[in-house]
Design a protein around this ligand. Structure first.
Ligand code: C2O
Ligand code: CU
Length: 548
């Protein structure tokens, strides 16, 4: 195993991912950030200098378990104090599983400012995947707004509430194309400022996926979307899903692939179409009424020039509200043989009802009527050193606290704010059922991709309506449930997860929609913190941790 050393500086940068210029958060002047590529067992060292003059940062390594290094998980006020302007912080952790992962800012809404990149872990030297391919490609999908993240954040916390709205563009590997001619000149009109819009800017030329005719490729696909559920299409080519969130799955052939924020996939495809032309790689919005044009990249059959754009129209995805289509696709994904199967029963069960709520007149999201607000002391530090004043000592509820009806707006939408922690017995088996419900508006329920730090979970089952604790567990898949770190919960439905609380540390479990987490849609899990050695000094300094 090797040590892989990276020196990164975070800066603001003028950039034009979709041809419209805005200020983004970049690493070493790059967007997306520099890719990390390692082998199982390697140690990653990232020395991160915060070059933002007035803003803190952290980086979370999404999908990496951080066994023995929970303080390098990179979540502000959970695993560490955020890194102040001018400071350098050293992340150091081992990548112990192969797979497709990524990293992103985890403070405020910095991910939506472009602060992310890919992290790919290869098998140990000499080992082989149970599927063959000739070449490899990798893309990150994202949705993009012209308004700054500060503008977006302020709107979410305002009365009246101002939602971020639908994205202006969809990006593939940081590139899209906004049609400025649609915007009346001089107007801002919520779609952003088209003053510095230049469609020949090299930063917004479509991303090129080069392939040789006849060969088979592994394409790694990650979604870091802030809001949108996405659907990916390779025009004219079927895709075989072989990996999801770092685990091999039973191969399944699809014409298009739903990808939720926080998920990663690998698909195989063969360049077996007419080689005299190029094809679109396309991404569309699912699950919300789309108001965003298709994001496009070019599948370039060599030796055609990459500038040879397909003459075909943009590929069309299934209808945005065909939720059954998405549900069916997610049910096709099961673990490949050879992985551990879940223990037959849990030691503890949580049912987390997710609702839209109001706190002091502001719109929030709540979990069993508690809205998460970050503490000013990292929870890891508070637990380890017994700083009882640093977090809410009352544990949040394991079950919904009021009678509920998921098909209409909550009669009493008021929630309390909290930073309570679900503490698990070390090594115990935990079931979490996430129950989706109607929002504050009638006839409205959204997709929420839930992500767990520090663990993978078995997805035991999902269904429509209210989870029935007696009958629904009888239908759980205990034979080959997929192992994931992120799972979508569909409108008016539920999902059941099982995991082992065996990783000492403090781990957020939250909706990966940037705006939703920012509005309180998350909880904190913790286990085995008493087994941890002395915490590194570099994570201290904020809240009550400055007195240690
Ligand atoms: Cu990728 Cu806590 O998130
Ligand atoms: Cu959500």
């Amino acid at each position: 195993a090797r040590i892989r050393h990276y020196q990164w500086k975070v800066d603001y940068l003028y950039f034009s991912p979709d041809c419209v210029e805005k200020v983004i958060i970049a690493i070493n002047g790059q967007y997306p950030g520099p890719p990390i590529r390692a082998r199982v067992g390697d140690t990653i060292v990232v020395e991160l200098e915060n070059g933002l003059p007035t803003e803190d940062v952290v980086i979370h390594w999404h999908g990496i378990h951080q066994v023995g290094t929970p303080w390098y998980d990179g979540t502000a006020f959970v695993s560490q104090c955020p890194i102040n302007p001018g400071e350098t912080f050293k992340y150091k952790f081992v990548v112990s599983r192969p797979g497709t992962y990524f990293y992103h800012g985890h403070f405020g809404m910095q991910r939506s400012a472009g602060f992310y990149g890919s992290l790919i872990v290869d098998l140990e030297q000499g080992e082989k995947e149970p599927y063959a391919y000739d070449g490899e490609l990798s893309i990150i999908l994202n949705d993009w707004w012209h308004r700054s993240m500060y503008d977006q954040e302020t709107g979410l916390f305002s009365i009246p509430f101002r939602f971020v709205g639908e994205p202006q563009s969809l990006l593939i590997e940081g590139r899209g194309s906004y049609n400025c001619s649609l915007v009346p000149s001089g107007s801002v009109a919520g779609s952003g400022d088209c003053v510095n819009c230049n469609s020949s800017n090299p930063q917004c030329q479509p991303y090129i996926l080069p392939v040789e005719p006849g060969k088979t490729y592994r394409l790694r696909i990650t979604s870091v979307a802030s809001l949108s559920s996405l659907n990916f299409i390779l025009e004219g080519h079927n895709m075989t899903i072989v990996e999801a969130d770092g685990y091999n799955v039973d191969p399944v052939v699809v014409e298009n692939l739903d990808v939720y924020s926080g998920e990663t996939y690998s698909v195989l495809f063969t360049a077996n179409q007419n080689p005299s032309q190029n094809y679109w790689a396309a991404v569309n919005v699912r699950g919300r009424k789309p108001a965003t044009p298709t994001g496009l990249a070019v599948l370039n059959y060599l030796p055609n020039p990459s500038s040879l754009l397909p003459s075909t129209p943009s590929p069309v995805s299934p209808v945005w509200n065909d939720f059954d289509y998405s549900l069916n696709q997610s049910k096709l994904i099961v673990a490949r043989q050879g992985y551990e199967v879940p223990p037959p029963t849990p030691d503890r069960q949580l049912i987390l009802l997710t609702t839209q709520n109001k706190v002091n007149g502001k719109i929030k999201w709540g979990i069993n009527n508690v809205t998460y607000v970050p503490t000013s002391t990292p929870v890891l530090v508070a637990l380890k050193y017994g700083l009882k004043k640093a977090y809410d000592p009352i544990p949040p509820p394991d079950y919904p606290t009021r009678p509920f009806n998921i098909s209409s707006p909550p009669p009493n939408p008021n929630a309390i704010v909290g930073s309570g922690v679900y503490k698990f017995q070390f090594g115990s088996v935990v079931d979490v059922i996430i129950q989706n419900a109607n929002m504050l508006n009638p006839n409205n329920s959204e997709i929420h991709p839930w992500h767990l730090h520090g663990h993978d979970f078995w997805v035991l089952g999902s269904g429509k309506g209210i989870f029935n604790p007696v009958t629904d567990p009888q239908g759980y898949n205990l034979n080959n449930p997929p192992l994931k770190n992120t799972v979508p919960v569909f409108p008016y439905g539920w999902v059941a997860l099982r995991f082992r609380a065996d990783n000492p540390g403090v781990w957020p479990f939250h909706c990966h929609v940037e705006a939703h987490f920012h509005m309180g849609m998350g909880v904190i899990f913790a286990e085995g913190w008493d087994r941890l050695p002395q915490l590194p000094k570099s994570i201290l300094g904020c809240g009550l941790s400055k007195y240690l």
